[in-house]
Ligand binder design. Structure first.
Ligand SMILES: Nc1nc2c(ncn2[C@@H]2O[C@H](COP(=O)(O)OP(=O)(O)OP(=O)(O)O)[C@@H](O)[C@H]2O)c(=O)[nH]1
Ligand SMILES: [Mg+2]
Length: 246
């Protein structure tokens, strides 16, 4: 009973901050995508492929979430795109407060698109709204065909599922058909892109779709003026954190 109450409070608190982040992103005309997957499905590889194809036309930034190390942020920085690493220590997901705090180390006013790579985990990240516009899941062919049935939430909450590592299908003991069917069974509205970050197969289709999503958001955002980050009160956020700790 008590545990349920604490969990509810944490999630309500997160939702409030996520709303605050979302409003800020909208004011900035920033399109924000939250990438989620099991560890090693290929989130950073997808980001590398995506960044290489978008970076001449869009001003990009990346927030990386991992328990430890700056390995992923270093991979992104190597492409000449600003990247900020959040290290969560023992926490299995990013939350809205971590993202909010990370914004201070970014040239947010100068960005068009912010990619957030969540901590590799099929369960926890789903519960925590970060204020993103869109969630994209990376599901690799070698994880087994039953994952959508066993972990339906993440599939259900994602606008797109990138079915990565199709080059490994001959070794994975599954068919593309079966993988797609199982995703559709739990999430009929999700758009599926079979692709391989190794061979480049299918990446172009994903990029065309992503660009269309960005364009739609930019059209909507023209209605809002841009405001600088410091007018947006983060003291307020710390007060709330304090209350919840006590
Ligand atoms: N064969 C093959 N390997 C891939 C593909 N995409 C990624 N990999 C490999 O899979 C491994 C994990 O890829 P990452 O991009 O680091 O995965 P991630 O989801 O970011 O991992 P975490 O951040 O640790 O959760 C690396 O060795 C990649 O080279 C692919 O399409 N085909
Ligand atoms: Mg990664």
């Amino acid at each position: 009973m008590c545990q349920v109450k604490v969990e509810t409070n944490i999630l309500e608190f997160n939702d409030d901050l996520a709303t605050h982040n979302r409003q800020y992103f909208r004011e900035q005309g920033l399109f924000v995508v939250n990438f989620m997957s099991a560890p090693g499905a290929g989130k950073t590889s997808v980001l590398e492929q995506t960044i290489q194809r978008l970076k001449t036309d869009y001003r990009l930034g990346v927030i990386e979430g991992d328990l430890m190390t700056t390995i992923d942020a270093d991979r992104i920085s190597a492409l000449g795109v600003p990247a900020h690493q959040i290290t969560t220590g023992t926490i299995c997901h990013l939350d809205a407060r971590m993202v909010h705090n990370a914004l201070h180390s970014f040239p947010v006013n100068d960005l068009d698109v912010l990619f957030i790579e969540n901590v590799g985990n099929l369960v926890c990240p789903v519960e925590f709204d970060l204020g993103e516009d869109m969630r994209v899941m990376v599901y690799s062919t070698v994880e087994g065909a039953e994952k959508p049935k066993k972990y339906p939430m993440m599939f259900h909450e994602s606008t797109a599922v990138l079915l990565n590592k199709v080059d490994l299908i001959p070794y994975a003991g599954v068919s593309l058909d079966e993988l797609q069917r199982n995703v559709r069974e739990v999430s009929p509205a999700t758009t599926i892109f079979p692709l391989s970050c190794r061979t480049g197969e299918g990446i172009d289709e994903w990029i065309v779709w992503l660009k269309a999503q960005i364009k739609t958001r930019q059209r909507e955002a023209h209605r809002f003026p841009r405001t600088p980050l410091h007018t947006h009160s983060h003291h307020h956020v710390h007060q709330h954190v304090h209350q919840h700790v006590n």
